[in-house]
Write a protein of this length. Structure first.
Length: 77
């Protein structure tokens, strides 16, 4: 599965995009600061949430993450 086809990011992937550790991303989840899903011991962040977090911190959105692909209202336009 290519990155573009992924629906979720791991804490390590999001941390890498933000320049923080996976533990920092995990702490944000545990504090309720980001929306994510616990799957067993793993925490998975939806693509739309990853885009929101990157925008919040003023980081560029990688092309493979593609903000236009995760906007649920786009199909209604």
């Amino acid at each position: 599965m290519s990155k573009k086809e992924k629906k979720f990011l791991s804490t390590a992937e999001l941390g890498s995009l933000l320049g923080v550790t996976r533990q920092t991303v995990r702490n944000w989840f545990l504090k309720g600061q980001i929306k994510a899903y616990r799957i067993g011991q793993n925490i998975k962040i939806p693509r739309a949430e990853a885009v929101r977090i990157l925008q919040h911190f003023g980081q560029p959105i990688p092309r493979w993450l593609g903000a236009e692909d995760v906007n649920p209202l786009k199909s209604l336009e």
